[in-house]
Design a protein around this ligand. Structure first.
Ligand SMILES: C[S@@+](CC[C@H](N)C(=O)[O-])C[C@H]1O[C@@H](n2cnc3c(N)ncnc32)[C@H](O)[C@@H]1O
Length: 274
């Protein structure tokens, strides 16, 4: 059966949960929910079988599962993703949780920025939570911004989300109440040792944080105090074990907290402009 053969191929390629992934890809190919693939008598058409085989063939190369399906869920929202953009990670949701914690009134009118927006995950999730906010997302990657544009449109946020293909240094000054950034933070030399899904497929510009992984934070320590309004906040993702907060000492931003992700790893740095 093509399903068993797919499981065998995925396992041989080193995919961690080959049976689960084969079932999910099978569901995608058939256009049914995952549980429905167990239905007795469910037989794929020749076209569906070919689509399934094509997806398995891509996944066997260790191309990210989300690139193969073209979708990733973030903050219970669907995002279109694919080659050229970082797949949004569950731990990044910690930044949205922190925004909701430090700004409990969801009706607060706010100007939000998302520096290095990738798929648009952070800005879109934030605008869904804060219906009176508007935002600007910047990314220097045209491919990434293309996905962000599609996602902003799909979520009906074109009137509240502006997208700009630019270095985040070009963001307007003194304009923002809340700035998110999940910058590239992996030390350059460590990238080759990551899972092939990441090292061989995800964009280098989304991963590479320079020699010690902290280059982007040094730039943000200069940029954020200029971008934020007085009393404004920045919420930044940090990598496991990274001592990022000392880089902001003397920047004009006060450390307001470091929140852990679901695995207990310090993940979201909250800074406030006094
Ligand atoms: C780690 S990814 C984060 C993507 C998305 N925010 C997320 O959390 O899924 C970092 C993003 O920053 C962008 N980027 C890196 N350096 C940049 C810079 N100097 N100016 C603008 N964007 C930059 C990359 O192209 C990439 O899309």
């Amino acid at each position: 059966m093509i399903f068993d053969e797919a499981v065998r191929q995925l396992a041989a390629a080193g995919v961690e949960s080959p049976r689960t992934e084969a079932r999910l890809l099978y569901a995608y190919a058939l256009g049914v929910r995952r549980d429905d693939t167990l239905s007795a008598g469910l037989a794929p058409s020749a076209e569906q079988a070919a689509a399934f085989a094509a997806m398995v063939a891509r996944r066997v190369t260790r191309e990210p599962f989300a690139y193969v399906t073209g979708h990733k869920e973030f903050w219970s929202l669907d995002f279109v993703v694919g080659p050229g953009v970082l797949v949004p990670r569950p731990e990044t949701e910690t930044l949205i949780e922190e925004a909701l914690r430090v700004i409990p009134d969801k009706n607060t009118p706010m100007a939000i920025a998302d520096l290095g927006t990738g798929s648009g995950a952070l800005l879109i999730a934030a605008l869904k939570e804060f219906p009176r906010a508007a935002g600007l997302a910047l990314d220097s990657s045209p491919e990434a911004l293309g996905y962000a544009r599609r996602n902003v449109f799909a979520h009906g946020l074109s009137d509240r989300a502006k997208l700009r293909l630019d270095d985040w240094g070009a963001a307007p000054q003194g304009s923002f109440d809340l700035v998110f950034s999940n910058p590239p933070y992996i030390p350059s030399a460590e990238i080759a040792g990551l899972d092939p899904e990441v090292s061989r497929f995800e964009p280098r510009a989304a991963l590479d944080g320079g020699g010690d992984g902290l280059d982007a934070y040094r730039a943000l320590a200069v940029l954020l105090p200029k971008m934020l309004k007085t009393g404004g906040r920045a919420i930044l993702e940090i990598g496991a074990g990274q001592a990022v907060d000392p880089l902001f000492e003397g920047s004009g931003l006060r450390l307001a907290g470091i929140a852990p992700d679901l695995a207990g790893i310090p993940r979201a740095l909250v800074l406030e402009k006094a």
